[in-house]
Design a binder for this molecule. Structure first.
Ligand code: MLT
Length: 407
């Protein structure tokens, strides 16, 4: 008899963004004339930067000639891209990360989801609340939690991110083994200071714990005091894995390219205390289960670091940050308290009531799609997330419609 993984039965009925898509589809079926503006899922709208497009075209042409054709590439990514990442994203910021520590992949979502395979079943896991649902759901699927009781999985340690702590949780008093952190944060848009991150690194060292640092939104940081990488914190190379993505930095949500940094000195432990290098484990997993990102996509990603590419991608991020500013101001003018939007594409709005009701209200009365905070965890209740990824004219119109609906 084929037995199912019954852990799937513990999950909420559908993934957050699938549930939202379902509701929007039902609304559109009932109101075919409605012009819906999507500020829900963080999906980019601007076309690829010309430098990336040019590099991709050139790479595609290379594949059309016997002399320059390429088949399987290295599973970990081509050296040209790993070197560009190490130099520009890390060494330029004083982080001692070498190309061999970078694993190129087709997305941070998959990497954040798959990394838990490297760890034992009985870990004590700390996960922020609210949080990107992938961290929680993948551990539920793997059987590391009990049932969901009153909106929380038993066995997980929740790090509450609330107005009281500025949406940046401090390390807990008790010991945990695996800690998920995301800054700039999805969904709140909050950023962590150097001191706050240093406290997490010190905690991980003291507890022989591991930090999983999701920096998918680092390109949106404009405050020069805020670290872009966990490796800007002294000692972090001993206790942290970092996830990065080209999705929001360069508009690659459909193109697909990301990377994960696993330092060579990083270890987990066997039950008898023997050190097990995580770089070798991730390399083993990656080479067994993944066959690399396509050559044209990696050439396009490399172009993100060219002089023109860097400038064009920065302009795109600035454009979305301009949208975020308008969204934040629009909501504040209506009397709502907001965070995020200054070093992040997400604005987190305190709606002081049911977030799904507020979501439905904006959908029905303004035809604007947002993301209800409750979908990110219990502490997300009472908030909605508004994404700045859309065209400026659409954002302006969305804010006008929201203002008329809420006034
Ligand atoms: C989001 O809207 O939270 C993100 O776009 C989801 C993702 O990156 O997978």
């Amino acid at each position: 008899m084929i037995l199912a993984n019954e852990n799937y039965g513990k999950l909420q009925a559908s993934y957050l963004f699938s549930e939202i898509a379902k509701r929007v589809k039902a609304f559109q079926a009932a109101h075919p004339e409605a012009d819906v503006i999507r500020l829900g899922i963080g999906d980019v709208t601007l076309p690829l930067a010309p430098a990336c497009l040019e590099a991709m075209h050139k790479a595609v042409d290379e594949l059309g000639h016997a002399a320059t054709f390429r088949g399987y590439g290295p599973e970990q990514g081509y050296d040209f891209l790993r070197e560009a990442i190490a130099k520009n994203d890390y060494q330029a910021r004083g982080c001692d990360i070498e190309p061999g520590e970078i694993f190129v992949s087709d997305g941070s979502k998959c990497d954040c989801a798959n990394i838990q395979e490297l760890f034992a079943q009985e870990l004590r896991i700390a996960i922020p609340d609210p949080v990107y649902p992938v961290y929680v759901d993948t551990n539920v699927m793997a059987g590391r939690t009990g049932a969901n009781v009153d909106g929380r999985y038993q066995g997980l340690h929740y790090l509450e991110s609330t107005p009281a702590n500025g949406f940046v949780p401090a390390p807990p008093a008790e010991a945990v083994d695996l800690i998920y952190l995301c800054f700039p944060n999805n969904p709140t848009g909050a950023v962590a200071t150097r001191e706050q991150l240093a406290a997490w690194v010190a905690y991980a060292k003291a507890n022989k714990a591991l930090l999983l640092f999701d920096a998918a939104y680092e390109a949106f940081i404009r405050d020069p005091e805020i670290p872009h990488s966990i490796y800007e914190i002294e000692g972090a190379k001993d206790v942290a894995i970092e996830f990065r993505s080209f999705s929001k930095k360069a508009g690659f949500t459909g193109v697909r390219c990301a990377f994960t940094v696993v330092p060579k000195n990083l270890v987990a432990y066997a039950k008898d205390g023997t050190e097990i290098p995580l770089h070798a484990m991730w390399n083993r997993r990656h080479t067994t289960k993944f066959n690399g990102v396509s050559y044209p996509v990696q050439r396009a990603a490399e172009a993100v670091y060219s002089r023109d590419g860097a400038c064009q991608c920065t302009q795109q991020v600035d454009y979305y940050l301009g949208n975020a500013k308008l969204i934040r101001k629009g909501l504040q003018d209506l009397g709502y308290t907001c965070v995020g939007g200054d070093n992040s594409p997400y604005v987190w709005v305190n709606v002081q009531g049911s977030s799904w009701d507020f979501f439905d209200r904006l959908l029905n009365e303004a035809q604007v799609v947002t993301t209800p905070g409750a979908g990110f965890g219990k502490c997300g209740e009472g908030f909605i997330r508004i994404s700045a990824f859309n065209d400026r004219t659409r954002v302006i119109e969305a804010m006008e419609r929201i203002a008329s609906a809420l006034r």
